[in-house]
Design a protein around this ligand. Sequence first.
Ligand code: F6P
Length: 367
Amino acid sequence: MIRTIAILTGGGDCPGLNAVIRGVVRSAILERNWRVIGIEDGFDGLVGVPRWRELTLDSVRGILPRGGTILGTSNRGNPLAYPVVEDGQTRLVDVSAQVVGNFQKLGVDALIAVGGDGTLKIARALQELGMPMVGVPKTIDNDLRGTDVTFGYNTAVGIVTEALDRLHTTAESHHRVMVVEVMGRDAGWIALESGMAGSADVILIPEIPFDLAAICDAINQRKARGSKFSIVVVAEGAFPADGQKVVQVSSDENSGVERLGGVGAFVADEISRRMQIETRVVVLGHVQRGGTPSPFDRILGSRFGVRAVELIEQKQFGRMVSLQGRDVCDVDIAVAVDSLNRVDPAGSLVGAAEALGIALGRKRSDL
Ligand code: F6P
């Protein structure tokens, strides 16, 4: 008999998290009369003294249009490698037994973990340690396997597309090359789809190492056709064929992973140096993650929440909810975390972009 379930949101925040929380709470309470508790700040809330709160119909009232997560999130609380400072030194300690103990003390029957690759890897490990888990895929980068799309991605593409529309008019007025750096650590989905929607001239993604000469050629060809401005969209994880990813911080003090950033400035500097043309750089950064979710993400997040509760009812633990076509189904969490969902450089989406005349920065010899 399920009586109490818990939910947490882990990793970087993303529009639609509150829709998932609301979907879980409403379907668990209204349809099943279960108790729902919310764990604060991802898995961090289950380390040490647990931090949690009761989630009622009242506590989720009005949160559907709100960005972020009412539960808070963290990308530092990996219980399998938890940073502990001793004598001024940081050591990584496995505190998973503490997490399992806290989970049992709270009297919870199952835990819903809403997160990306990192959070779902932890969920999978805890499931193997005997904690009944259900996963919900989240990330604006859309780089998780096992689902056609993650929630949050659609909103991010909308935000970038609006920015590109706005940047077009100023780029055109000043005859400039506008370089727009967007998120996308390992996968170029945001850059590619928002670039196509926002009529970019050049799109650079991590899956296709770029050639600066090819980018300059594309801008020159536009000039020859009478367009004195160009829009270049570059994913933060894109890198030159003969170089490396541009990193701001090699190991972030919280997450321990490198913080990307700066490839937009690098590309803009190279274009102006090689072409004697005026460039400007816009880094959209966390604007892409903030604010109200699109209707698509509100609906997808809500459906994911409802399906996660159904999976618990059916005792389908170790599963992750997933969008397949127009249906919300489920897959083994392992499917989602074993490898990343990246853009196929030879796929039909890239093919369509190139057929539209968008340059992907490929080396001339690779065309
Ligand atoms: O995974 C989503 C993402 O937005 C990446 O594209 C980006 O590299 C990362 O999160 C930044 O996260 P934060 O600044 O929160 O550490």
